[in-house]
Design a protein around this ligand. Structure first.
Ligand code: ZN
Length: 617
């Protein structure tokens, strides 16, 4: 069972990544001094206040306070959780994520999640059996046969039939209503997205009178279903909702089956629907896959390119198909490192892969795939379609439109070749085109259309920071923030501390956080700015660290280590000093005025002695 990602792996990953590269692949950066800057993706702004520090591997936005390391950036930019961000970055770096053993608590949680897999598997088997034996399955069988599918393929893809009626699945899987497991099974069915509960608390099957297609994850486990309508019901295609085990934006239908096909995969074809995937497999093209009602994302492409070096997108030739293809192109550009390839194939209107492969045969379709339009040609053709490229002005406009998109391609030979291709089309020199890139605005892909599901790949938006800091600074806060700032930028300063803990027993929250950082650095002395930011990313303490990361200019020029230990010692004495100050105030109190001079002196000496004792510790 998969455990938590090992901290050593996270440190190793951060070591190998360059945050400039990670961010630049998503938001175009410009060099500015020793740092890089851009317009912040997390809040709306006209002038760049987003800054990336290559030496210490962190980013910070002076406008909205967003900040963190490379992993934190990917989490917030792609709106994904920590393990997903680590997976994404690790796969890009060609690393396999290393995980730790699970604790008992984690194991229980994981088991709860994995309780969904058996019920989904049972449902899949139920649907398959209904396709074979339910009296109403005739129409479904006729439909599949009509599309030329054999039993072998239907079985390989686990095709099934959800009979008409409201509770076929419920009664098959939850048993009679008075049984012991009934309620428990219903809960699992609900969590797995297989049944629906209406406002009156009535539960009923989600898939009714539909052909169902099990959606499997990379390990072959059923995680969801797609259903195609047989009657006149709407919608024509219906997918399971998002659940603990099913995340639409990440999954690709047919990918598991493609890998299981035993073929040496050197390319994958991305088509639009389940039926296309299956029809191609029926015609000996088992390497097709489809997104699940979402646009192609960078995550999809990362997944594909992990398996093979080439992807061919196959879309309808109509306007909607071309738009979808252009979105796929936008997602592809940042993933096109050297050795990877993307092609686009547009089908004549009214045709789909299914009709073509059935009408014209396997070889014809393979030939079409092999002659798909190369990425850069599709890019230049699309951007140039309404331009007069015989005129210099038209060619200039093509360069203007294409260059910001080309900037998304990771540096390498391939990028160079795309520049050459544009140079040929525009008659401009490659060098001139490269100079031009820096003068053009950063490319912003169009926001994804709202399709009812949760938005994908939308950076988490933040409010701009208030102009005036709202929290009232206290003596503790000022000193602790200075200390944390020093540790954050110079974690090695922790070595200047002696073994005793002068901050022990101070219950100020800021000081307690400082002690946490010190303890962490003593335990893991190799931590650096980026790893520190990572530990608290997304927490209130993380926000403080982000802000302090942007205050490098407030650090002492040199001797940070000794300044740090002085500061901590001073902090340790602060409660006594405050006590003493309070005592002095008290002595001005009329009550104390009655004390004799001797008594006053005694109190004063007593405090001084305690202070010295404390300082010596
Ligand atoms: Zn910002």
């Amino acid at each position: 069972m998969a455990g938590r990602i090992a901290q050593t792996f996270i440190d190793d990953l951060l070591d190998r990544l360059d945050i400039v590269d990670v961010i630049d692949r998503r938001v175009k950066l410009k060099k500015s001094g020793k740092n890089y800057s851009a317009r912040c993706p997390f809040h709306d702004e006209k002038t760049p206040s987003f800054s990336v520090n290559p030496d210490k591997q962190f980013y910070y936005c002076f406008g909205c306070g967003a900040g963190g390391n490379a992993i934190g950036f990917v989490m917030d930019y792609e709106n994904i959780d920590f393990p997903q961000a680590v997976e994404t970055l690790a796969s890009h770096a060609g690393l396999q994520v290393v995980r730790e053993q699970l604790t008992q608590h984690e194991q229980q949680r994981e088991e709860k999640r994995s309780g969904l897999y058996p019920i989904l598997e049972q449902a899949s088997r139920f649907f398959q059996s209904q396709l074979r034996r339910h009296p109403a399955a005739g129409q479904a069988v006729a439909y599949l046969k009509g599309r030329g599918l054999t039993g072998v393929i239907a079985q390989r893809y686990g095709l099934g039939f959800a009979p008409p009626g409201w509770d076929n699945l419920i009664s098959a899987l939850a048993g009679p209503e008075d049984s012991d497991e009934y309620e428990e099974q219903l809960q699992l069915l609900l969590q797995a997205g297989l049944i629906i509960e209406n406002d009156q608390g009535r539960r009923y099957d989600r898939f009714r009178n539909r052909i169902v297609y099990p959606i499997r994850d990379q390990r072959g486990r059923v995680i969801a279903f797609g259903g195609r309508v047989l009657g006149d019901d709407k919608p024509k295609y219906l997918n399971s909702p998002e659940t603990d085990v099913f995340h639409k934006g990440r999954e690709l239908y047919g990918l598991f089956e493609a890998r299981k096909s035993g073929r040496d995969l050197n390319k994958l074809v991305v088509v639009e629907g389940y039926m296309d995937v299956i029809a191609l497999a029926q015609h000996d093209i088992p390497f097709a896959t489809a997104t699940l009602g979402t646009a192609t994302s960078e995550q999809h492409l990362d997944r594909i390119y992990r398996i093979c070096p080439e992807v061919v997108f196959c879309f309808d030739g109509d306007e909607a198909g071309r738009k979808a293809a252009f979105r796929a192109l936008e997602a592809t550009l940042p993933t096109l490192t050297d050795g990877r390839e993307a092609r686009f194939l547009f089908l004549p209107e009214g045709e789909d892969p299914d009709t073509i492969v059935r009408g014209m045969g396997t070889d014809h379709f393979l030939n079409l795939i092999d002659h798909g339009t190369p990425m850069e040609e599709f890019l230049f053709d699309t951007l140039g379609q309404d331009l007069d490229l015989t005129a210099p002005a038209g060619r200039a406009r093509l360069a203007q439109a294409a260059l910001p998109m080309m900037a998304l391609i990771p540096p390498g030979i391939y990028k160079q070749l795309v520049f050459q291709a544009l140079a040929e089309r525009t008659g401009m020199a490659v060098g001139d085109l490269k100079t031009l890139v820096d003068t053009l605005p950063v490319y912003q892909p169009a926001p994804p259309p709202i399709t009812g599901g949760e938005p994908e790949l939308q950076p988490r938006q933040r409010e701009p920071l208030p102009v005036v800091e709202t929290k009232k600074p206290t003596a503790f806060r000022n000193l602790t923030e200075s200390a944390i700032r020093m540790l954050l930028h110079h974690p090695e300063s922790v070595r200047s501390l002696s073994d005793s803990d002068p901050l022990h027993g101070i219950d100020d929250p800021d000081v307690m956080f400082l002690r946490e950082i010190i303890a962490l650095l003593q335990k893991r002395p190799d931590s650096n700015t980026a790893t520190l930011l990572g530990y608290w990313h997304g927490t209130p303490q993380g926000e403080l660290l982000n802000r302090l990361s942007g205050q490098e200019n407030l650090l002492p020029k040199d001797g940070v280590g000794s300044e740090f230990s002085d500061l901590v010692r001073h902090l340790g004495q602060l409660p006594e000093r405050q006590d003493q100050a309070a005592q002095v105030d008290k002595m001005k109190d009329p009550y104390y005025a009655d004390l004799s001079e001797d008594e006053k002196l005694k109190i004063k000496l007593d405090f001084q002695r305690r202070l010295q004792l404390k300082a010596r510790k």
